[in-house]
Design a protein around this ligand. Sequence first.
Ligand SMILES: CC[C@@H](C(=O)O)C(=O)SCCNC(=O)CCNC(=O)[C@H](O)C(C)(C)COP(=O)(O)OP(=O)(O)OC[C@H]1O[C@@H](n2cnc3c(N)ncnc32)[C@H](O)[C@@H]1OP(=O)(O)O
Ligand SMILES: [Co+2]
Length: 145
Amino acid sequence: MKLGRLNHIGIATPSLEASLAYYRDVMGAAIVHEPFDLPAQGVKVCFVDTPGENGTHGTQIELIEPLGENSPIHGFIAKNPAGGQHHMCYEVPDIHAAKAWFEKLGKRVLGEPRIGAHGTPIFFVHPRDMNGVLTEIMETLKEAH
Ligand SMILES: CC[C@@H](C(=O)O)C(=O)SCCNC(=O)CCNC(=O)[C@H](O)C(C)(C)COP(=O)(O)OP(=O)(O)OC[C@H]1O[C@@H](n2cnc3c(N)ncnc32)[C@H](O)[C@@H]1OP(=O)(O)O
Ligand SMILES: [Co+2]
């Protein structure tokens, strides 16, 4: 597998509202996206864009707040009540080929590929197998022509 673009950095937060105020007032970010619920992933999400090339956005900050009783980030927020850096997400051209690659290396893929916040398939690889970093793999969005 070849390392792809860093699509987003996931930041867990107990309050999306407070985190958005921080990125706007302290970091000078223009907040252009609305928060939305992703019940299938147990999180409420809002993206913050960083600047990219030619007026596009670059790597995004993905703010995630627990949603529902079984949120996968409940444990993280319990250990880190103020929130913090939670995962890093890299793009790949083919999600199934990427999953096979990590599994062949003996890495623990957490569940089957499912649709993530960008509408393309994602999966996670256990942080203890990835140098301490919870790693999200995301299939690159194929633009409509
Ligand atoms: C918005 C949708 C989507 C997208 O499209 O982008 C998302 O990003 S959703 C994001 C939230 N979803 C997930 O995180 C799903 C995958 N995560 C999991 O399955 C679990 O969180 C986990 C990684 C298996 C951890 O489970 P948990 O029960 O919270 O923790 P444990 O206590 O069992 O932890 C085991 C071990 O791992 C360390 N750990 C836990 N979380 C992290 C982390 N975010 N980064 C680094 N390390 C982490 C934890 O400290 C334990 O370490 P040891 O004690 O040394 O074993
Ligand atoms: Co993510």
